[in-house]
Each structure stands twice: as C-alpha cells, then as structure tokens.
Unconditional design. Structure first.
Length: 182
C-alpha cells in the first residue's frame, strides 16, 4: 500500500509564512490594546460622576450635623480616590490624561449671582445638598459602574465593579442613618 503525501515545496512554506505574518499583523492592529472610543467615553463618564459625587458629598458635609458630616467627608474622599483610579486607568490606556473637568457642576455657591449685584432683587441662595442627595447620586453611580463593569474585562472590570460596590456600600450602609430623605 502506498501513501500519497502531498509534497510541500519551500515556496509554499514561504508563502504560507508570509500570509500568516500579514494576518497576524492585521489581527494585532484590529485587536490592539487601545479600547474603542465609546469605551473611553464611558470611562470618562464614570470619572466625571466620581468627581461630581465627591464635590456633592463635600458640599453636603459642610451643611450637615457633625456625625453625618464625618460620614459624608469619608464618602467624598472615597469618590475622589475613585476619580484618581479612573484617571490613572484612562491615562494608561490612552497615553493622555483625561480632561480635568467638563462638568458644569462646581462647588456649592456661597452666594447667588443675583444677590451679589447691586440693585438686583434678593433671591435666596439655593439649599445646600443633603445626605439624601448624596445617596441618590451614589445609587446612580453604582448602577452605571456595574453596567459598565459587565461590558469590560480584566483590570477595568475589576475597577468598575469595585467602584460599584463602594458606592452601594456608602449609599446603603454608611449613609443609611444619615437622617430624613427630605
């Protein structure tokens, strides 16, 4: 019984190797380490939420009773740490630092612009944020981070899952006894 094995020439081996090299380069380019733009936008959105939550909790702490203020200060610090971790990850994967802030929510104003100008009618300043406002924001942040975490893999999934868990714990445990919800 004779077996017919196909003969492989050196030319076929070289052509096959060249084709694999080209295919490998294409796959590396298509599956590179730079995430798609919508993923970067989602991470930047989480970064802005962390910054906003930190500011909100800090402003609420300034107007809260001492016991609640202490908890809100910790929440503000944790959300600032989340913002830093997200900044580090965005910088690592994009090679550029994210914008410092594109959000319009700044610190709580001490006076209303209408009350600072002479001759303007007196408008009472807005009420400072409450612990209930912080709880609502944390719940939204937790939901957003958990939804984004399941779409990610590796470190980003863990980071976002950790942020979601921390926000949930702050909203449901740390601030559970923060007082009335309004």
């Amino acid at each position: 019984m004779s077996s017919t094995l196909p003969t492989v020439s050196r030319r076929h081996v070289l052509l096959g190797t060249a084709a694999l090299a080209l295919l490998g380069g294409t796959l590396t380019t298509a599956c590179g380490s730079t995430p798609p733009l919508h993923e970067m936008d989602a991470l930047i959105g989480q970064l802005e939420r962390a910054r906003d939550d930190s500011t909100l909790a800090g402003n609420a702490a300034a107007a809260a009773p001492p016991k609640v203020a202490a908890v809100l200060t910790v929440v503000a610090s944790q959300r600032a740490a989340h913002a830093q971790a997200l900044t580090d990850e965005i910088t690592r994967i994009s090679g550029e630092a994210p914008p410092t802030s594109t959000s319009a929510s700044a610190t709580f104003p001490a006076t209303s612009p209408a009350t600072s100008s002479p001759g303007a009618t007196s408008v009472p300043p807005p009420k400072p944020p409450t612990a209930a406002d912080v709880v609502a924001a944390l719940k939204q942040s937790a939901e957003g981070a958990s939804l984004l975490a399941i779409q990610q893999s590796g470190y980003r999934a863990g980071l976002l899952g950790s942020i979601a868990a921390a926000c949930t714990a702050c909203a449901t445990v740390a601030l559970a006894d923060a007082g009335p919800t309004r």
